[in-house]
Design a binder for this molecule. Structure first.
Ligand code: RB5
Length: 161
């Protein structure tokens, strides 16, 4: 299942992406926003990223004006990785190298055909594993270090990151 969310700036592109994904045969959960009334992007990014963390959905697409606020907010959820992308190459690498479960799009930066091409490339890509797994494990270590969990692990004799 793919989660889809936007703020007011991303609403029109989100609606186009919803049709695109459904025509592609994807199961989609819409996290809002349902109207063009202004809404703060973290209020959409957080529930979608938490659904990924909780295993309720596998992937997500978030849209705001630039894609930046959505990415910054979603990346606060440990174990969830959101990549702001503006081209097909980065979309593919976001999955192959970074194993990003979320891409974020800027409705002010990409037109609809490019957004569709980006989403298609990201959906078709698979994580390569290998050396990329080690790098992602290091990101998990950073999350633990700055959440205080690494210190807790060390305190009980565990091996710190
Ligand atoms: C509006 O809140 C604007 O900041 C938002 O759409 C997005 O561009 C943020 O990164």
């Amino acid at each position: 299942m793919i989660g889809l969310g936007s703020d007011h700036n991303g609403l029109q592109l989100k609606q186009k992406l919803l049709s695109f994904l459904e025509q592609r045969g994807e199961e989609v959960r819409d996290f809002g926003t349902p109207s063009d009334a202004p809404i703060d992007y973290p209020d959409i990014a957080a529930p979608l990223a938490e659904a990924i963390r909780d295993g309720l959905i596998e992937r997500g697409i978030l849209v705001c004006g630039t894609g930046l606020g959505m990415a910054i907010a979603a990346n606060k959820i440990p174990g969830v990785y959101a990549a702001p992308v503006t081209d097909v190459y980065a979309a593919r690498k976001a999955r192959e190298s970074n194993n990003a479960q979320i891409i974020t799009l800027g409705a002010h930066l990409v037109d609809i055909p490019l957004a569709f091409a980006i989403v298609e490339a990201w959906l078709q890509a698979e994580f390569h594993g290998g050396r990329s797994s080690r790098k992602i494990a290091k990101i998990r270590c950073l999350e633990e270090r700055y959440s205080g969990r690494a210190a807790a692990v060390q305190a009980v004799g565990g091996r710190p990151c």
